[in-house]
Structure formats: C-alpha cells, structure tokens
Design a protein around this ligand. Structure first.
Ligand SMILES: Nc1ncnc2c1ncn2[C@@H]1O[C@H](COP(=O)(O)OP(=O)(O)OP(=O)(O)O)[C@@H](O)[C@H]1O
Length: 303
C-alpha cells in the first residue's frame, strides 16, 4: 500500500496534510503521535470513512479512487463509531461475510471458541477485553490484506493483551499481512513493530527502522565538570533529559571519532543506555525546552 500526499480538512482546518508512506508485506508499522495529532483521522481517511481532500491510497498499483472494490483490501474498525453495538458475534460474522468476500468463517469461529467469547451476547455488553479480542479476531479473519488497528490493546488486561498481541504476530508471520498500528503505550509497541512513523504538525515528520536505529544511534548519560553543555554535545545530540548535571542525549549517528572526541572532554560519567521508542518520542515530539542552568538552555533538534 502506498499513501501519497494524503490530506484531510475538517471544519476549515487541515488535520492531516501531505502524508506519505508505504506499508510493505510482512511488516508491522507503528503510528505514533501526541494526543490529537490526527492518527485516527489518518486511519479514517485511508479507510474512506472520511473522504480525502487531496492525495490518494494506492493498492497493487491502482488508486482506491479508481477501484473502490479494493477497499476490501483494508480492514479498519473505528473504536469510536462502529455499527456493531447491538449485534451478537454471530450477526457480526454474517455482516462481515457480506462486506468481505474473503471472510474466513472457520477461522473466525475457531478463534471465538478458542478465546471463549460468547456468541449470543451483543457487542456493547461484552467486556472491554472481549471487545478488544473480537476486534482483532475480526481483523485477521476478514481476509483484508492491510490491517489498520487504532489503539487495539487500549484497556486490555495483561493476559488478554498477551493473547491479542500473539494473534497479531501469528497473522503477520503466517500470512505476511502488513499492519499499521497506533498506540500510546510505547513500551508495548516497541516489542511489536519493525518501523515507526511519527505524526506531528499534521504530517509524518520522522520514520525510523528500529533495528537500523539501534545499530546506528547511541543514548548516552553524561556528566561534565562544568555546568554547561559542551558544544560537541549540542551539535551532535538531541538532548532528551537534564537533571542537574546529568545530561541524557541521543547521538544519531554515533561514530568511533565522535566517541573519541567526547572522551577527550573528560566527562565524569559517560554511560551508554539502550535507545527506547520513548526516547525518540521525547526527542522528536516534545515541544518543551530542557533547561541545563539559569543562563544556558538546550533545545534538542538534531536526531
Ligand atoms: N469529526 C471531527 N470533527 C471535528 N474535529 C475533528 C473531527 N475528527 C477529528 N477532529 C479533530 O482533529 C484533530 C485530530 O484528532 P484525532 O482523533 O485524529 O487525533 P488522534 O491523534 O487520534 O488523538 P488521540 O491520540 O488523542 O486519540 C483533533 O483536534 C480533533 O478535535
């Protein structure tokens, strides 16, 4: 799937604009952004629940504008507005069978039974955990090739979450279906995704392949004798935290030369820490300035 220059205006305000990315077979991609940045709007626009104001979504080389039957290739169920509230699991299955020609009833009911979801209870009476599992079972049984999951694990207890995550991982490894998944739980997301897209100021501002990033970037905790930020750090790092004299910064890229130059500044502490998705979130999406002393403040913008 290729998303090209997608934009959506709501009430004369551009909510998302110039969105470009691809979703490739077998990958799980995270969509991350602060509250209200437009993640749900992007999902809705890709899935045609909102009509785009410009741009397009291309599947198998054809724009969805030209071939609307290809919408069957996309599964997106809106957490907020969906038509399932008064339907039982059985009715939901027959509904989806009509919506998706490739809907796999055997798989659907097999998973419903395996996870002991009640078949005769209407959706709105199911617990949050049951709803979450049902949504994922629907997604992976739909036959759609692209699954868009908007905060699918929100509110699930750890055991149900584990089952839900396992279902997602199995689906990707067995059928190579790409998944675009949003979540505010970055620790959880980090264990699932191959790539992350950061949404900020209406558009995708950053994209990271997590494995590549881990091999290229380094997070350092540094303490220097002087209470100022060395120029070298200022020039090469995105500072994500300052506590007294302790500076935490992400250096991307990090090279042996830079390592040597940093050591030449004789830091009192220089410790390597793992780069986490949360660090990137803070580095790229935080607006606030980080103060190091009264007369010297840092605003990281280098990663
Ligand atoms: N139907 C609508 N009518 C008016 N404003 C809307 C509508 N849909 C979205 N918006 C606005 O668009 C912006 C983005 O909302 P959206 O729900 O897409 O963000 P989000 O990133 O999913 O947020 P969150 O992480 O809090 O769920 C918000 O300012 C929201 O108020």
């Amino acid at each position: 799937m290729e998303v090209k220059n997608l934009a959506k205006i709501i009430n004369h305000q551009e909510i998302i604009s110039d969105i470009n990315f691809t979703l490739n077979r077998g990958e799980i991609v995270g969509l991350v952004g602060r509250n209200g940045t437009g993640k749900t709007t992007l999902f809705r626009t890709i899935a045609n629940h909102y009509q785009e104001d410009s741009g397009e979504v291309i599947i198998n080389g054809t724009s969805l504008k030209k071939e609307c039957l290809n919408y069957e290739e996309i599964f997106y169920l809106d957490n907020q507005y969906n038509f399932l509230a008064n339907l039982t699991v059985n009715r939901i299955a027959s509904y989806y069978k009509k919506l998706y020609l490739g809907f796999d009833s055997e798989k659907f009911f097999g998973l419903i039974k395996k996870h002991r979801l009640p078949e005769q209870v209407v959706f709105k009476r199911l617990s949050k955990g049951m709803k979450g599992l049902l949504m994922i079972i629907l997604a992976i049984s739909s036959g759609a090739n692209y699954l868009l999951l908007d905060e699918p694990f929100d509110g699930l207890d750890v055991l149900i979450k584990k089952q839900a995550i396992q279902l997602v991982l199995n689906e990707v490894s067995l059928n190579q279906r790409p998944i675009l998944i949003s979540s505010h739980n970055l620790v959880e997301l980090e264990q699932l995704i191959d790539r992350v897209l950061f949404l900020k100021d209406q558009t995708i501002t950053k994209e990271y392949h997590l494995e590549e990033l881990r091999s290229e970037a380094v997070k350092l905790q540094l303490v220097f004798k002087e209470n100022t930020l060395p120029k070298l750090v200022r020039d090469h790092a995105k500072v994500i935290d300052v506590q007294g004299r302790v500076i935490v910064g992400i250096f991307n890229p990090y090279s042996p030369e830079l390592d040597k130059e940093l050591r030449a500044l004789r830091p009192i502490v220089m410790e390597k820490l793992p780069v986490l998705l949360e660090d990137l979130f803070r580095a790229d999406l935080a607006d606030e300035e980080i103060f190091i002393s009264d007369d010297d403040f840092i605003r990281g913008n280098q990663v």
